[in-house]
Ligand binder design. Sequence first.
Ligand code: C2E
Ligand code: MG
Ligand code: MG
Length: 742
Amino acid sequence: MQVSENTNDDFLFIDDSDEDEILDEGSADTWKVLIVDDDPEIHSVTQLALSDLTVLGRKLEYLHAYSGEEANTIIAQDNDIVLVLLDVVMETDDAGLNVVKHIREELNKQDIRIVLRTGQPGYAPEESVIKDYDINDYKTKTELTRRKLVTTVYAAIRSYQQITTVNESRKGLEKIINGSANLLELHSVQEFGQGVLDQVKPLLHGFESGLFCARGHGIIEGADDLDLYVLAQENRSQDFVNQKLDSVASPSCAEQVNFCFQQKKHITTDESLTLYLTRGGYRAVIFVKLSAPMSELDEQLIEVFLSNIAIGYENVHLFQKLRNAAYKDWLTEKPNRLEFLNRLDKFANGGEQDVAALVDINHFSDINDGLGQEVGNQLLLAVASRLSDLGDDVVVARVGADVFGLIGPESLLCPEKLASLFSTPFEAGEQSLPINVCTGLCRKADSGSGGVKVFSQIGIALNLAKKDADVHYKYFRPEMEEETAWRLGMIRQLRTDFAADRLELWYQPQLDLVSGKVTGAEALLRWRTEDGNFVSPAVFIPLAEYSGLIIDIGDWVVEQACKLIKQLESQGFDDVGISVNVSIPQFRNDQFVKKVISTTENYQVEPSKLELEITENILMDDPQMVIDSLAKLKDRGISIALDDFGTGYSSLSYLQKLPIDRLKVDRSFINEIAQPDKSLLADTIIGLGKQLNLNVIAEGIEDKDQEQHLREQQCDEVQGFYYAKPMPAEEFLAFLKGKSES
Ligand code: C2E
Ligand code: MG
Ligand code: MG
């Protein structure tokens, strides 16, 4: 371009510029400039004057209007116009000013730059108009030399660009603010990640696809490693969500994300952007694939965005923690009772699984007390992990201290599979612990309608399984509910009647087979309800055991027995002892031994006159504990008898270890003892007792033949209806008196 300093002419736009610095490199994009003038010559001269101009890398493109009205139409239609070179006086004196008003007020286009031009100085608009309507420049046509025009246009377009940049970043910030607010409402880390990608997408012009990655531990079920997982994705064809990043993403992407995570800083390349997000120890990486390099504005916005959402990221983690605390077991990280109830709800309401179960570890508290809580915890972890071996389709939850909840298909969740699972010991710390469990199960067909209902149904089955010495599992059957209701009613009644002193202790004499003398009596509970009917001990003793009521009742029995011993002594029968029956729950009570001893002391009873009858089954539970307790009682001189011998499970090795004085041969062996070839078992038991140097008593003798046979076997003592049925204390006294007189 040629330079001439000609400023003094009417000739418009004389070439007067050599300022090459405003001529930039060209690009395909253009700036649209609208020339509005009723004089066609001005159009061509203007175009000519600006013909070489390039502003910020773009050439100019011209639109033409020859009246104010035409200008309005074009501006309304074309959104890309950046600058209007506007003649003031056209069809009317203020046609140009009307266009200005139209642009700013009606079309509400604030970005468009406006340069007013007029032939006559007299038509200059008020200064206020220039200010209010944001007019870039006002020049008379004579003032506008080419150089000035170029400068004016250049400045106007630059300011247009600045305004739009500011506007864009304002819009970006608005997006960030709205986005951050939205993100605060999201409660899962995955949702949050998705929200972040949704917000990042419009902020980055070259956004092609994105991944939101973080450690899955505590967020994704079963993710117990420290690896990065994909928590959310955007514009990806395959579903990566909740999967390990390394196993789904391309190696370069995985490497970049891992690197970013380790280095704790963003990584920018022309093709991708890897952003590091952190707050409060919670970290994430956002990977964005770009179709075009990021602009500076993009970069600034993304920085602001990240610092804005970091707090949301921390929040969502804290929320997840709360959720975990509410729905996850702290120790095993399995669903807890609350969550199990939710799963049961689904199970009961058409879920796909067939069976739900509760598995209870037998004597867990003994392990916990004996080996310490740490070992107890490790055992629970080992059990949780082994239960998980049932398969991915089986839900494993911890619903109580030592109770696990399971839901699964019948093929995987059945008593046989569980039995084999628990057939080998569990490693807990240094220990290798064999454990037994009881299981309650409920098939979908039998289940009630809600989670809570099913839970109580499985609970019923579990409780029955615990009571069953043979099989350690039970499937829930609808009748069980009625039985349970009946049982609870009975227990309530028993409790009331015991408190109202309606239980009685009756006594069945025991006699020396040689001398025929009464050596003692077995104390047997009788329960006469308010209506006068007796409930059999075979019915109510198990209920008392089940409810724990047997502990108080048992104390009362021992006390009654001691009282009677004293009463007998006072009446001259000082060689008559009393046997009382003792149940398993009494032994489990750690106060039991102490209480028995103190009762004998309180009543000043000669300890050997009190005998405790235990059954073999008592040993199944915790043999060592029972043996220790018995030894303590024995030390004090209290007698011990092994009741119902031969019907239970005890092994001979235990029999030798037990500090017992007497063997009671069970009635079932005596029944047929007099029949030919049916006495073998009874004879063997009696022989065994003799060999172990124990006193042997047979119970349930009903006739003379049975007595005769026992005499031949040299059985020491007898008890049975043949001699006397159980009777109240006064009758027993009378019975004794009658005997001593005869
Ligand atoms: P057990 O200890 O084996 O008591 C003997 C049972 O056999 C008693 O039944 C007694 O009445 C019955 N019996 C005795 N001789 C004969 C006979 O010749 N023929 C027949 N058919 N039966 C005979 P009972 O009183 O119904 O007691 C049943 C069970 O209830 C007892 O069996 C015992 O295990 C339990 N029990 C009774 N009282 C108590 C108690 O105070 N505490 C505990 N823990 N259990 C008790
Ligand atoms: Mg007995
Ligand atoms: Mg018995």
